[in-house]
Design a protein around this ligand. Structure first.
Ligand code: IMP
Ligand code: MG
Length: 174
């Protein structure tokens, strides 16, 4: 396999500090509420694990997985839920935890599907926001880092299933 060149973009200590800040913000916003945290697999699993351990509010967790059938690395075309939640979300205060919002198509689809189930509230939390790549109007309520162009890996994020378990986030250089 050809060597893939990459350099560190967000080092682990910076990520850890930012995750703590987000957890503090969420914990402040959701006092006295019944929170259900829904993690979008697979990319957000490490972010969720770190975030969950920093939250100081009571909450439960569930998982969804989405697939987009389209061209290559961008999610164009049809999106579907391939693994759904196992708990009812009706009446709950739901926070969706995602790795990256890019075009926004995946999260917009998921948001619509979840709203049909009548949660009390629904907020979106993403580690990375590629804001200027949006193809549909959708904003995350909690954002770790905003970045411009580039494909990133590590800390749960993959390139063809590789690099997910690297502790830092790297940007691919070629
Ligand atoms: P969207 O529907 O275009 O917003 O797609 C977002 C999804 O594409 C993310 O949840 C990631 O799974 C994937 N993705 C987008 N950019 C990257 C990247 O730089 N590295 C790894 N995965 C990415
Ligand atoms: Mg994802």
């Amino acid at each position: 396999m050809k060597d893939i060149k990459k350099r560190i973009l967000y080092p682990r200590d910076l990520i850890a500090r930012r995750v703590e800040e987000i957890a503090k913000e969420i914990s402040g916003d959701y006092r006295e509420k019944e929170v259900l945290v829904i993690c979008v697999l697979k990319g957000a699993f490490i972010f969720l694990a770190d975030l969950a351990r920093c939250l100081t509010i009571p909450y439960t967790v569930d998982f969804v997985r989405l697939a987009s059938y389209g061209s290559g690395s961008t999610s164009s075309g049809k999106i579907a839920i391939t693994k759904d939640t196992e708990t009812s979300i009706e009446g709950k205060d739901v926070i969706v935890v995602e790795d990256i919002v890019d075009t926004g198509l995946t999260l917009a689809y998921l948001k619509e599907r979840l709203l049909e189930r009548k949660p009390n509230s629904l907020k979106l939390c993403t580690l990375i926001d590629k804001k200027h790549r949006r193809e549909i109007a959708i904003e995350a309520d909690y954002v770790g880092f905003t970045m411009d162009d580039g494909f990133i890996v590590g800390y749960g994020l993959d390139y063809d299933e590789k690099f997910r378990c690297l502790p830092d986030i790297y940007v691919i250089e070629e």
